[in-house]
Structures are given as C-alpha cells and as structure tokens.
Design a binder for this molecule. Sequence first.
Ligand code: ADP
Ligand code: NI
Length: 229
Amino acid sequence: MGLQEGASYMLDIQERQEAIIRAAEQYVQEKLASDFSGHDWWHIERVRASALTIAKEEQADVFVCELAALLHDLADEKLFGDEEQGLREIGEWLERHGVSEDEAAHICEIISTMSFKGGSRPPMRTLEGRVVQDADRLDAIGAVGISRVFAYSGAKGRPVHDPNVRPREAMTQAEYRSGNDTAINHFHEKLLKLKHLMNTAYGRRLAEERHQFMELFLERFHREWQGQA
Ligand code: ADP
Ligand code: NI
C-alpha cells in the first residue's frame, strides 16, 4: 500500500467507525428511552465521556472502549430480564453493523464481565475492559452517584433509610439484587467500596475525590437524621 492509499484507508476506517458509533447511539437511546432507575441515556453518555478520557490516558483502543461504553447496559438483567439474550442481541447488532469478529467478541466480553453484582467477580482481562469498568464505576459515586442511588431505590419502591435494616456484609448475587435494601445501605454495600476497586490511575484519582464527597454527604445525612445539624 502506498502512502496515499494508506492514508485514505485509515480515513475509511475512521469514517466507518464513526458511522457505527452514530448507529449505536441511536440504538441505545431507543432501548433505554423509558428507564428511570438511573440507567438512562445520560448515564450512558457520561460513561462514554469518561471512558474516552481514560482510554486516551491509558492508550487503550478508543473505538472498542467507546462502543462498549455505549452498549454496556443493554445486557443488564435488572433492566432487560435476561442477560444471555441481551448479549446475543448485542453480538448480532455488532455483526450487522460490520464490526470485526475480534472487536465484537472483545466488546461482548467486556459487557458480560464488568458488572459489580455484589463485588465478588474476577478482575477485567483487558485494558479496554478496565477502562470501561472504571468509567461505569465513576458514575456510581460522587454527586451523580448519590442522585442515582436514590433514583434507583425510588424506582424499586424502597426506602431512603431505615435504621433497623443493617447493611449486609458479604452477599451472593441473588442477595445483592433482593428487595430488602435501602438507599443508604447501598452506600455501604457497594458505593464506598468502589474507590478500592478502581483499575486505572486516572480512575483512582477521580474516585478519591468523589468518595470524600459521599463521606461528607453521609455524615451530614446522619447528623440531620438525628436532629443534630
Ligand atoms: P452493576 O450493574 O455494576 O452491578 P448496578 O447496575 O447494580 O451495578 O448499579 C448501578 C447503579 O444503580 C448503582 O451504582 C446505584 O446507583 C444503583 N443501584 C443498584 N442497586 C441498588 C440498590 N440496591 N439500591 C440503590 N441503588 C442501587
Ligand atoms: Ni452502567
């Protein structure tokens, strides 16, 4: 391949990738249009933005990270009932839109392994997986994270806080998903653990700040709850 041909080939790839990203945006917007549990389109948009920033810092494959970030909630059993079915649909969508077999397999692997599910899962295998997982976790903490917990709890009909319901220590996936939970307990069962689980330097740095903000929030919450502030 000559220099000029090489340049136009690269441009071609870039245009194809951009078209796939645009199509994925549309696909996800349609699928998540009616979500009010904190997994709406704007969650996806924020995770995509963070994933892009971290991918560049870590010199990861930006296309794989962006596409995985866009599609990452479409196989969630909380939202769609059946994880296997969701993954199959994502695989088919990627194939239909001309994503290479290797990239499609990589993206599906990221999506199927990145979820927290009680916290007992093995680390992500690839750099791109670590990037997207960090981006998703960042959106669960800090000011945005705080708002999402209460939105999720409300959508599930669960209380904000009940001092008689203690946070659970270690949990199976079924227990993690089960109904006997409050928004405040979710901080202890998941959100306050996330800063120790970050994969990348950039993720850790941001998680530290967001963690401190949640600590501050909880401290005030409990003081106000007891009429002390
Ligand atoms: P993952 O998909 O990584 O297992 P989830 O989808 O369970 O994570 O959680 C995504 C976000 O939804 C959480 O960060 C939190 O804001 C909210 N959420 C999930 N489970 C609960 C819960 N039991 N109580 C309150 N919020 C929850
Ligand atoms: Ni997510």
